[in-house]
Design a protein around this ligand. Structure first.
Ligand code: ZN
Length: 380
């Protein structure tokens, strides 16, 4: 008996039929199907290996065939900091079970709940240990900074839970809306006010108007916006007066050139080509042009700006609001929240958090039912 690994082009496994076909094309008798995580710049994916035994008259040999990958792409799931079950994992589990029933093979999927590239492969599985928190088989980390008895994902979960337990401050995040009467147009989120392109022109006035309430909503009216527009134009005038086109340095790798974005903008009747990744001054002009666009849209549509800040929130407040709003679709019972944070917060701590969030207008409580409000939806 000996091993060889034969590589085929990675095909996308998109249904049990494609998997079934890949298994039958692999040849030999399938013994183990393994699903392992790997990541690239577009996100995590699962690759599938098939272990087969090939019998000849006088000998048999084992081979491992890479038969394809399950990849749904995109990391949109991370957006709300609430990670839903990975759909790739659900598909792999379903198809692995079907392959087991059809071929009698072992389906080996060491991390079937979330991505983890530190799990042992099938042949390495005897070197692995069980994660003390989730029981997944892992190869212990060699990092001196991480605990060895748990997987990285459980380490992150412990860290996050400690922040909730210790009620560590969490005022991160500002949301910006363009508002007219009851109409709210979402313009974006930034971890702090500085992250918005219009930040240099509004920070002073916005900070001065903050009332430092738990939920702080600052409004910039039409008059404010006109003043901001003037300031942006002054800054732009200075920048375009010294505009120079950007050139690639002679040793710039040819292959990367087509990945570099060029953008042509028009300002006061003149056109400017910007290569923002290449030139700091271009990126400043680009940022000013975007700020001006935002402001022009507000002025032409009679909108004002609303900034939503948190002020004195902690990780408990944030976690409970996200649980009610995203995981429970805006409505749940107090006991469900208590159960969710079991082992992290006691019932009194959960009730205190809910009461605090009710007082600031982020939750309503009716009997045992807790609901998020419009403010929560704008704040998170
Ligand atoms: Zn774990």
């Amino acid at each position: 008996m000996y091993f060889t690994a034969i590589s085929f082009p990675m095909i996308d496994i998109t249904s049990f039929e494609t998997l079934d076909k890949a298994i039958s094309l692999a040849g030999g008798e399938p013994t183990v199907l393994e699903a392992l995580w790997d990541g690239n710049t577009t996100g995590w994916y699962l690759y599938l290996n098939l272990h087969v035994t090939i019998k000849r008259l006088f000998f048999s040999k084992k081979e491992i065939r890479y038969i394809g990958k399950i990849s749904l792409g995109g990391d949109i799931r991370l957006f709300n900091k609430i990670v839903p079950p990975w759909p790739e994992a659900e598909l792999a589990k379903e198809w692995g079970k079907m392959a087991n029933e059809k071929y009698g093979l072992i389906f080996y999927f060491p991390s079937d709940k979330e991505p983890d590239s530190n799990c042992p492969r099938w042949e390495q599985r005897h070197w692995g240990i069980q994660c003390a928190d989730c029981a997944k088989i892992i190869i212990p980390t060699d990092s001196p900074y991480l605990p060895k008895d748990i997987c990285y994902n459980c380490y992150l979960t412990r860290e996050f839970n400690n922040k909730i337990k210790n009620a560590e401050p969490n005022d991160n995040g500002v949301n910006l809306y363009m508002v007219k009467d009851e109409e709210y147009i979402y313009l974006g989120y930034s971890s702090s006010l500085d992250g918005f392109p219009i930040a240099p022109f509004i920070t002073e006035i916005v900070q001065a108007r903050r009332e430092k309430r738990l939920v702080d909503i600052v409004t910039l009216e039409e008059r404010d916006i006109s003043i901001i527009k003037e300031k942006i134009e002054q800054a732009l005038d200075q920048k375009v007066a010294v505009y120079k086109s950007a050139e690639f340095s002679p040793d710039f790798p040819q292959n990367f050139k087509r990945n570099i974005k060029r953008l042509t903008v028009e300002y006061k009747g003149n056109r400017y080509e910007l290569i923002e990744q290449l030139c700091k001054e271009h990126s400043k002009i680009g940022s000013l042009v975007r700020a001006l666009e935002t402001v022009d849209n507000a002025i032409s549509g009679d909108y004002c700006f609303n900034f939503y800040f948190k002020n004195g929130f902690n990780h408990r407040d944030d976690a409970v609001l996200r649980f009610v709003n995203f995981v429970s679709n805006g409505s749940t019972s107090i006991s469900a929240i208590v159960q969710r944070y079991n082992g992290i917060l006691n019932e009194t701590e959960v009730r205190d958090t809910i009461t605090k969030m009710e007082e600031v207008g982020c939750l309503t409580i009716e009997g045992e039912i807790v609901q998020t409000t419009d403010i929560t939806r704008k704040l998170l």
